[in-house]
Ligand binder design. Sequence first.
Ligand code: HEC
Length: 141
Amino acid sequence: MKIVLSCFLGIFSLNMVAIAAEHTTPTAPADYLAMESPIDMEDVDEDMLKKTKRLYKSKCKKCHGMEGDGEGSAAEDIEIKPTAFNAEGYMAGKKDGQLFWMTKLGSEGTEMEAFGPDSDAGLSEEKLWKLIAYMRSNFTK
Ligand code: HEC
């Protein structure tokens, strides 16, 4: 019985590693990818950044970290790791619509939950765009 059990656990943990290794971040549908943020980065001011920082801190920090390095306090226990936004070229390489899509609707099969108007968090689209502006402003490397 012990052998059977440990075999089972062995296969189970191998599976978890395989799931994480196989995961590729899904790409948003074309209509989302075509979206552009309604917030012009030139209009982003200290006041907006300060307010949005509070929102980021309360909803995103535990996974993505205050520095956007993907090393928040909850990240350790997560199989598919939270994205590091501050990786070289990451923010520049991501379309507004991709960031918006995932923040609004989440990523199936991962801990990245939906934050949009229809989710439990219930953030307005305006707030989602502000979060994206905050991320671009703080994490672009
Ligand atoms: C419980 C952990 C957790 C929290 C909280 C969380 N995320 Fe994530 N996030 C993830 C994980 C895991 C991924 C990787 C998903 C994937 O690769 O499919 C991710 C990926 C992302 C991406 C990557 C999109 C891409 O295409 O590269 C964005 C943008 C994002 N999160 C935004 C946010 C924002 C904004 C918040 C706060 C409102 C937030 N996340 C809160 C776990 C989290």
